[in-house]
Design a protein around this ligand. Structure first.
Ligand code: SAJ
Length: 436
């Protein structure tokens, strides 16, 4: 099997499957097809299948023309019919790994995708999980499901884990040039799966001894960010109490050319990875009687940031002899981080809800997001951001630091600005600006 697959990779005869056509799966499918491998994209959402098959791109990190070309040339097609799994030689699973309402891992998308694959799995197939998950998922969950097909892992099919590393909106690092880690069950599996990624990606492919090592390294990457952001948030709150500008402190600390990476405070932790992934580890750790105290501590700080922003807004309005209750507040940015159109787990939305709960009239403007859905309701932003609009609010609250906003105009016309992202850092006149 190994030699046959290595030959097929070399001759670009491998048929590739990608399950999940989101911000991870679609860029991966596009890169595989661009590298000359016929690719089938699988997704349970008919609208995604329809958009891909009509060459209509919906992922910011994918180039529209690239998608159109590989669809027009037949190198990529999308389907919801998993029976086509019988035609693939390599299949990557790129489905969400969210948390349920009790902050426990919801592995159901991975499980159902694997079950769908197992039904049509054929000999000589490489199966790779890319979704971020707890160490042990590949061997403990995927392997038995796939072997229920009657095929034997390591003999009839290869199984591995290779964590996605997609930083939405990152202009420098994309799927093609970001180094990739690969772990698999068995040396042959690891060699063949790594060869498959090397045939497509420009970045280094780093092989590790097991899927668990690869699963754990990805969780380490994101837990590292979570905890350092928690540290930044905690020190920002302390510095405010001490009358020290934490943003200036970080700028000074990052002059150290080694051993320090800057992290910045904010209104909370958003996105579908950093706030969630560490909980996959703390959940699994309890199986071993282990408590990941630093993750819990960091998340206590991060989860408190929306409320802390409300406290600060109250203090700022109070100085103007105004109460939050009855004030008009304009929230700038609902995306979970700057220059993206994604508002999943966005702290800005939690801030808006808290403003309303305290009796404020909270409107928002986001250049990338005109409306958002929250708990079954749709919320529309204000149409445009102009001097008259800005001046009509008691407080402007910057929650996402989009770089395409005219902060100079906002500063000139706002009564007062609470900037939780230091987005106004380049403005000379800051007398009506307060930072987190
Ligand atoms: N944030 C801060 N302060 C910081 C950095 C980030 O408050 O100093 C906030 C952001 O505003 C955002 C959240 O944390 O709400 C997460 O931001 P992020 O920069 O970690 O970006 P994500 O979640 O879009 O993507 C991350 C990837 N980003 C980077 O490495 C820069 C990467 O960790 C993973 O590839 C990706 O998660 C993933 O899919 O796991």
């Amino acid at each position: 099997m190994k030699e046959q697959l290595l030959e097929k990779i070399k001759n670009k005869e491998i048929v590739v499957g990608v399950v999940g056509l989101g911000y991870v799966g679609l860029p991966l499918a596009v890169e595989k097809a661009k590298a000359g491998f016929k690719t089938i994209g699988f997704d349970i959402q008919p609208e995604k299948v329809e958009m891909v098959n009509s060459g209509h791109n919906y992922i910011g990190d994918v180039i529209d023309d690239d998608l159109k070309e590989i669809v027009d040339t037949g190198m990529l097609k999308a389907t919801s019919d998993f029976s086509f799994v019988k035609d693939v030689d390599f299949i990557a699973i790129c489905v969400p790994t969210p948390l349920d309402i009790h902050q426990q891992p919801d592995i159901s998308y991975v499980r159902s995708s694997t079950e769908a694959i197992a039904k049509y799995l054929t000999k000589g197939t490489m199966v790779v999980l890319e979704s971020t998950t707890y160490p042990g998922t590949t061997e403990e969950l995927l392997k038995p499901i796939l072997e229920s097909s009657g095929l034997k892992c390591g003999e009839d099919f290869y199984l591995g884990f290779s964590p996605e590393r997609v930083d939405p909106g990152n202009k420098q690092y994309k799927t093609k040039n970001t180094p990739k880690v690969v772990g698999a069950i068995g040396d042959d599996a690891r060699e063949v799966i790594a060869a498959m990624y090397r045939a497509v990606l420009d970045g280094d492919v780093h092989e590790v001894s097991s899927p668990a090592v690869a699963e754990m390294e990805k969780i380490l990457e994101n837990t590292y960010r979570n905890i350092n952001i928690g540290l930044a948030n905690e020190l920002a709150m302390l510095c405010n109490r001490m009358g020290i500008d934490y943003w200036e402190v970080v700028d000074a600390a990052k002059t150290k050319p080694y051993g320090f990476q800057p992290f910045y405070p904010g209104p909370g932790l958003g996105g579908h990875c950093i706030p969630l992934d560490p909980y996959y580890l703390s959940w699994k750790a309890r199986e071993y009687g282990f408590h990941t105290s630093m993750i819990e501590s960091s998340m206590m700080v991060n989860d408190k940031m929306p409320e802390y922003c409300i406290e600060r807004a109250m203090t700022i309005l109070n100085r103007e002899k105004k109460s939050l209750n009855g004030s008009k507040v304009l929230v700038l940015g609902v995306a979970y981080k700057k220059n993206v159109d994604d508002y999943r787990e966005s702290p800005a939305i939690k801030v808006i809800e808290l403003l309303k709960a305290n009796g404020a009239q909270a409107d928002f403007y986001d250049p990338y997001i005109s409306s958002y859905r929250y708990k079954g309701s749709i919320y529309n932003g204000i149409e445009r951001l102009d001097a008259e609009t800005v001046s009509s609010y008691d407080l402007v609250l910057i929650t996402t630091g989009h770089t395409n906003l005219d902060y100079g105009m906002v500063q000139k016309n706002a009564k007062i600005i609470f900037d939780t992202r230091n987005a106004t850092q380049d403005l000379a006149c800051r007398d009506n600006i307060e930072v987190l």
